[in-house]
Design a protein around this ligand. Structure first.
Ligand code: 5GP
Ligand code: MN
Length: 318
């Protein structure tokens, strides 16, 4: 399938992604936006997304993103990327009103939504899948850069096991456009502010190991976030840091989002399917990276998560 085949005759098109957008979400949404502006010059293309982290300001057109969702526009087509409709946040109502709904995703927990659904869990990233739906001859440096950012963010810079030979072939094609990929990797993936580094240090220092040291857990309270003057987006990367501890099969990081409410991120080396654990608590994701929101004290949440993880450990042993 080519994406433009599904958009024939459309005069108004909206593109959106999930709440708290990450690199794959922002890269995919912006890559598609730039592509459609070029390929469908007669159509109006709008992007709806929560304000992305500033590290993505290097993506062309990023300031065109609309983060106000209270309009009544009825679009001919809404393309939801890297998400299920329930995680579109404020854009969900715009999606619901659209005449045609297209879903493009790589999350194993996405069972398919809308009029056209392309969900391929074998893909490293939504950005990689999107590349396959585009005409390679229509790409340019700015589109390639956005897709590249999506791929490297969901593969930990081509390091995680979701990286396939096809992923690398696509990346090879993308970097031929000549953007400074080394600078992009450094500035969007590795570089942290001093405060981000400090709170990561604090979270690692205060972590604890459970389940015979196979599981590592850390929690950041709202008070700690206020002390360090950080936002949720400043906590990206902490769970990966925890997962890199030798002997750990599963890392859990949670931060407080409200009274007795925590956002949970989980990572695994494949011995536990954390998407199953997340789905159990109303979330989703992939085998090795998943998340959910949980209510209750963090002690209760850790207990409940550990019970579900223990079941997974036992299942894997059988
Ligand atoms: P992260 O821990 O980096 O926020 O998310 C890891 C993966 O799990 C991502 O693919 C993300 O989309 C997914 N994920 C995280 N939180 C949730 C959630 O609350 N619901 C669902 N369905 N997926 C989530
Ligand atoms: Mn993704």
């Amino acid at each position: 399938m080519r994406i433009t085949d599904e958009l024939k005759g459309a005069g108004t098109i909206a593109v959106g992604g999930h709440v708290r957008p990450d690199g794959d979400c922002v890269g995919s949404v912006m890559g598609l936006y730039l592509y459609l502006k070029k390929e469908m010059p007669g159509a109006r293309i709008d992007v709806y997304l929560e304000q992305p982290p500033e590290i993505f300001d290097c993506i062309s057109g990023i300031k065109d993103i609309k983060s106000e969702f209270n309009n009544k526009t009825v679009y001919d087509v809404f393309l939801a990327l890297d998400t299920t409709p329930d995680r579109l946040g404020g854009a969900e109502a715009i999606y619901d009103r659209a005449r045609k709904k297209i879903n493009i995703d790589h999350h194993i927990s996405n069972t398919g939504y809308g009029d056209v659904s392309v969900v391929e869990p074998g893909r490293s990233s939504t950005a990689e899948l999107l590349y396959e739906l585009m005409d390679p001859a229509a790409l340019d440096e700015e589109i390639a850069k956005a897709i590249y950012i999506g791929i490297i963010h969901d593969t930990g810079v081509l390091r995680y096991s979701n990286t396939s030979p096809r992923t690398l072939e696509i990346v090879a094609e993308l970097i031929k456009f000549g953007f400074d990929f080394s600078k992009i990797v450094e500035e969007t993936f590795y570089e942290k502010t001093y405060l981000q580094t400090q709170i990561m240090g604090r979270a690692v220092l205060e972590s604890m190991r459970l389940l015979d040291d196979r599981c590592i857990v850390s929690v950041v309270s709202r008070r700690m976030m206020e002390f360090y003057q950080v936002q949720p987006k400043d906590l990206d990367g902490i769970v990966n840091q925890l997962q890199s501890v030798k002997g750990v099969d599963c890392a859990i990081f949670m931060y407080e989002t409200g009274t007795l409410e925590y956002k949970v991120s989980m990572r695994s080396n494949g011995r536990v399917d954390v998407s199953k654990v997340a789905v159990r608590f109303g979330g989703g994701g992939h085998v090795r990276a998943a998340g959910c929101t949980m209510n209750g004290t963090y002690h209760d949440n850790i207990n409940n998560l550990c019970l579900a993880i223990t079941e997974q450990f036992n299942e894997a042993q059988e």
